[in-house]
Design a protein around this ligand. Structure first.
Ligand code: FUB
Length: 368
């Protein structure tokens, strides 16, 4: 069960043991068992994480990084201690605002620009400001954010600013037709922007079968041999504030061209979508949730269908894993988070490391 797993991996040694084992595991209960019986090999390496937290005076997570005007801007969640017990719906992630961060270079100083958007300034919002993303077009910066509305249903909103660090002003209503969590906005080389979004369990995606919210639907997706529930994507209008056309499913196929199954926890989409383009190919990357991997699939068009390719990052310390991938100068970087500073799954810290590719464009797996 999710809650007990979270508790069981809150120390670095077990997290590193999981990292060695992650890709071979078939489901979350296997992972729990393996984690508690894994030999503590490689102890020295296990104690040293691949990279250090970018910020230490506040807790940050879900980093969406972008380069605007030659500078690196990071749009993370701002984790807080709300003293809410952990559950599978993620109520303990009770964030209330966003702090926007910037860096002149990858190893440079990180500046915290303070609160860019507060939940109290979003007219339709109820609670839980989760993973955001940002975009720039026609002289305006856009901040996309998931938050529960006053009926406790996750929707996606947009706020605008003339500067990348805000303050951002939220539109009076959520984006029409939006639902669930974790918006990631990708602008293609032809200028068309798309939003990828969705998340299972606490992200409520499984409650949106047939395009309508069902408050009585299960809290989790079916763990059986039926096609997996997919992330969603939609074109954005030129003003970046609406969906331009229908919401579509981001279908991920296996090596035989069959849709991934719901029971395929090591490969199916769970949350935390990201899109980037490399050498003309579209790379859709995401978290596998209860198996704690960052995985990716590729396609020849932004709408897919995508074909599963492999693991980008083995499990980090903490239950959630969430990332963004961005080119900076002549290299590619992955921004991600773990719980190195707190050991608590809801108090995370963001990090960055280089993303390396094989000659065929495949991504080398990172052990964090
Ligand atoms: O930060 C809250 C949620 O945790 C995010 O929306 C998910 O992607 C996971 O990182």
């Amino acid at each position: 069960m999710l809650t007990s797993f979270k508790t069981s991996v809150s120390v670095p040694v077990l997290a590193a043991s999981l990292a060695l084992l992650g890709a071979c595991q078939s489901n979350s209960s296997t992972q729990e068992t393996t984690a508690t019986t894994a030999p503590q090999a490689d102890t020295a390496a296990a104690k040293k994480p691949l990279s250090e937290p970018l910020v230490r005076d506040i807790y940050t997570a879900d980093p969406s990084a972008h380069v605007f005007g030659g500078k690196i801007y990071i749009y993370p969640s701002h984790d807080i201690e709300a003293d809410i017990p952990e559950n599978d719906k993620g109520d303990h992630f009770a964030m209330r605002d966003y702090h926007i961060l910037s860096m002149d270079s990858i190893n440079g100083k990180v500046t915290d620009h303070g609160v860019g958007l507060d939940v109290k300034d979003i007219p339709w919002a109820g609670r839980q400001l989760w993973a955001p993303d940002a975009a720039f077009k026609n002289g305006t910066y856009y901040l996309y954010f998931p938050v529960k509305d006053k009926q406790d249903v996750f929707r996606i909103g947009v706020a605008t600013s003339k500067t990348p660090t805000g303050p951002f002003k939220a539109e009076p209503t959520p984006i029409a037709g939006s639902f669930s969590i974790d918006p990631a906005v990708f602008t293609d080389t032809d200028g068309q922007s798309y939003m990828y979004f969705g998340g299972l369990w606490g992200g409520q995606l499984q409650r949106w079968q047939g395009g309508k919210y069902n408050p009585n639907a299960a809290e989790k997706e079916p763990n059986s041999d039926v096609p997996a529930l997919n992330a969603r994507m939609a074109k954005l209008t030129p003003d970046m504030k609406k969906f331009d056309g229908p919401v579509k499913e981001v279908v991920i196929l296996d090596e035989n061209g069959k849709p991934l199954q719901s029971s395929d926890n090591n490969r199916r989409f769970f949350e935390g979508a990201w899109m980037h383009k490399y050498n003309g190919k579209y790379y859709f990357s995401y978290s596998t949730g209860d198996t704690h991997l960052l995985a990716y699939a590729t396609a020849n068009t932004p709408a897919g269908p995508f074909t599963y390719q492999g693991v980008i990052m083995q499990p980090v310390q903490g239950w959630t894993t969430h990332h963004s991938i961005v080119p900076i100068k002549d290299k590619w970087y992955i921004f991600y988070h773990d719980t190195q500073l707190s050991g608590k799954t809801w108090l995370r810290n963001i990090k960055v490391t280089e993303l390396k590719r094989r000659a065929d464009g495949g991504i080398e797996t990172i052990t964090p």
